[in-house]
Design a protein around this ligand. Structure first.
Ligand code: CA
Length: 226
């Protein structure tokens, strides 16, 4: 689980990071609304913890813009202002949970578990292109012609999902890396090639005619074999 933490108070930020890491979450902390929006727009997070009172763009504005861009990442809003009006406003513009400060870490963890679970319960999604489809509920790649299926690992799934959402488009290696491994990762770009080879093997395994083509120095695209 990768969490984006948008909180300008350094003390709270580092305390939250510490606790979340202990609970095996990966956390990217940012300290302004503008950075929060920028990171959140990448769509790589499982949940966002968003403070309301931030320098520059406040949390409400960040959330409004995110939802306006179609980013549905679950959001837990934090604020010292526990008034009903703020809470209603936050929920109206698409917050999933509202946690008034001061909060207990256990409450925050419970909130994250609740909003990410809710996301997993969302209706079954299936992406299709060419002779395959990718099922979200069990992360299986299914061939529509052979009926053969295979389960994908988390990273394989994320990579293939990107290609199926953007068929025939060249995706730069950096974009794939940022979406799947995140900004703060210790991993390097060579991981992209390793995982692309796994995805290619699975496409071949189900008998698909789809190919992931490399355009040297530019990126990769999912193509139907002529
Ligand atoms: Ca604040």
């Amino acid at each position: 689980m990768r969490i984006l933490l948008v909180e300008d108070e350094k003390g709270i930020s580092s305390a939250v990071c510490q606790v979340l890491k202990k609970e095996n979450f990966t956390v990217d902390p940012v300290f302004t609304g503008a950075d929060g929006l920028d990171y959140a727009l990448a769509g790589i997070y499982d949940a966002i913890i968003l403070d309301v009172m931030l320098p520059g763009m406040d949390g409400f504005e960040v959330l409004k813009r995110l939802r306006g861009e179609g980013i549905k990442t679950p959001v837990c809003m934090l604020t010292a202002r526990s008034g009903l009006e703020d809470r209603v406003r936050g929920l109206e513009i698409g917050a999933d949970y509202y946690l008034p400060k001061p909060f207990q870490m256990a409450e925050l963890i419970a909130c994250l578990r609740a909003i990410t679970r809710r996301k997993e319960d969302t209706p079954v999604m299936e992406l299709s292109f060419g002779d395959v489809s990718l099922r979200q509920q069990d992360a299986k790649l299914v061939s529509k012609t052979t009926g053969q299926s295979v389960k994908l690992g988390a990273k394989e799934y994320q990579i293939l999902e990107m290609f199926l959402r953007n068929p025939r488009q060249i995706l730069p290696k950096e974009t794939i890396f940022d979406r799947v491994w995140g900004y703060e990762s210790d991993a390097d770009y060579s991981n992209v090639e390793v995982y692309l080879s796994f995805v290619r093997k699975k496409l071949a395994f189900v008998g698909s005619k789809l190919k992931i083509r490399a355009s040297r120095g530019i990126g990769y695209s999912l193509e139907e074999e002529a």
